[in-house]
Design a protein around this ligand. Structure first.
Ligand code: ADP
Length: 396
């Protein structure tokens, strides 16, 4: 009987999962992956093997009332039917916020759940969804070990100064500081840099995680020294629907002059801004690229995205005292040749030289010359959760 780990990544209406074989002393091996979409409405379940072959799929009507709990129990029963001599030993969860106290993955018990619930105000749109499957497993599968893996934890290596806002000291004491996110992705990229270029792993590297959520991280010797996201997952770069950094005064203007409620303002900043807000068309880079030639607003949204990335890379170069390598990852970073080309070209002043042919075929190295190098490295946040879960279990 092979022991397996289940990795869960829960969103507001989705539950992504991966199943890994646990092999003593070796890297967890992915066997199945899938997701539930449309939870609470027209829910859909699909699961594939590692070659991408669909093993099973099911759709439900809204009247079936399939939410996160039902989805999770469906997954457990699917696994027991499709077991192939495999036995789930633990579940690893993506949890967006670990606050100040969780600087590493942690085995979940009731007190950990309570402490994670206390962090909901720091990530009100993400943390509750991450906690839901943890509570369901605790209730429905009480003996199953669970490990919470945090998007914030990787940044705990940053200096006090890098995490500080210039606000009164009592704010800092209340936890108002820069945390940083996408840490599971940066952890993965950091762990594989040596396979691309051993000098990079030791050097000064800027990683651009460009997906629906987007941020940059400055790595020195593989650890985080600065990042563009701050207190919340709103800060830094413009994203699919999030605004990125805006002057805090804009929010007072929205509340006082435009008479938005705090909830309305929050919705604007999280769900109506970014590529979607500027283009008025879509949050999807593929759609924007396909329209950019004839749609001036689609073009402006892309131009702003690239401009902000390039400017923030300049800022992180200053934090690192220079740069040896730039890595593109996540949906846009791994797939959008034009965004990579525009960013690298915008950094010619820093010695980066775009290798057009290599960029078109996905590199992995997409720069030429003797200056800083540029790379495409696919991220794998789920593998980091599987690794962390295995290591926490091994330590207990
Ligand atoms: P999430 O943060 O939801 O995990 P992803 O990492 O999947 O997001 O990234 C989603 C983004 O990646 C979307 O803007 C999408 O348009 C973009 N993307 C995915 N594939 C391509 C592609 N082939 N070309 C350009 N952009 C792409």
């Amino acid at each position: 009987m092979t022991p397996v780990l289940i990795v869960l990544n829960a969103g507001s209406s989705s539950l992504k999962f991966q199943v890994y074989d646990m092999v003593d002393g070796a890297e967890p091996q992915l066997v199945w992956k899938g997701l539930f979409e449309g939870l609470g409405e027209t829910a859909h379940f699909i699961v594939k093997d590692i070659s991408g072959t669909i093993l099973d799929h099911v759709s439900w009507d809204p009247s079936d009332g399939i939410g996160h709990e039902e989805a999770l129990m469906h997954l457990v029963s699917w696994l027991s039917q499709f077991r192939e001599e495999r036995k789930p030993m633990a579940i690893g969860h993506r949890v967006v916020h670990g606050g100040e106290s969780f600087s590493a993955p942690v085995l979940v018990d009731d007190s950990v759940i309570q402490r994670l619930e206390a962090l909901v105000p720091l990530a009100p749109l993400h943390q509750p969804h991450n906690l839901e499957p943890i509570r369901v497993v605790r209730r429905r599968l009480p003996g199953m070990p669970q490990v919470a893996c945090f998007d914030t934890a990787f940044h705990q290596t940053q200096s006090d100064i890098a995490t500080l806002f210039a606000l009164p000291r009592e704010m800092r004491e209340r936890g108002v500081r820069r945390y940083g996110f996408h840490g599971l992705s940066y952890d993965y990229v950091s762990s594989v840099l040596k396979d691309y270029d051993p000098r990079l792993a030791e050097g000064r590297v800027i990683v651009a995680h460009l997906g629906n959520g987007a941020s940059l991280c400055a790595l020195k010797g593989g650890v985080s020294v600065a990042t563009t996201m701050g207190f919340s997952a709103l800060d830094g770069l413009p994203m699919g629907t999030r605004c990125g950094a805006v002057d805090a005064g804009v929010i007072f203007y929205m509340l006082r002059e435009m008479k938005l409620t705090p909830e309305e303002a929050e919705r604007v900043l999280y769900t109506k801004s970014g590529l979607l807000g500027v283009s008025g068309v879509s949050n999807d880079m593929r759609v924007l690229r396909s329209r950019a030639a004839m749609d001036v607003d689609a073009r402006r949204a892309i131009d702003l995205f690239v401009y902000r990335i390039t400017r923030e890379i300049g800022s992180l170069m200053a934090a690192l005292g220079g740069v040896d390598g730039l890595v593109f990852t996540a949906g846009i970073g791994e797939n959008d040749v034009a965004t990579r080309a525009e960013v690298i070209t915008g950094l010619a002043w820093a010695g980066l030289a775009h290798d057009e042919a290599a960029n078109r075929t996905g590199g992995p190295r997409i720069s030429s010359g003797s200056g800083p190098t540029a790379w495409v490295i696919p991220t794998n946040e789920e593998l980091v959760i599987a690794r962390q879960t295995q290591s926490v279990l091994g330590a207990t």
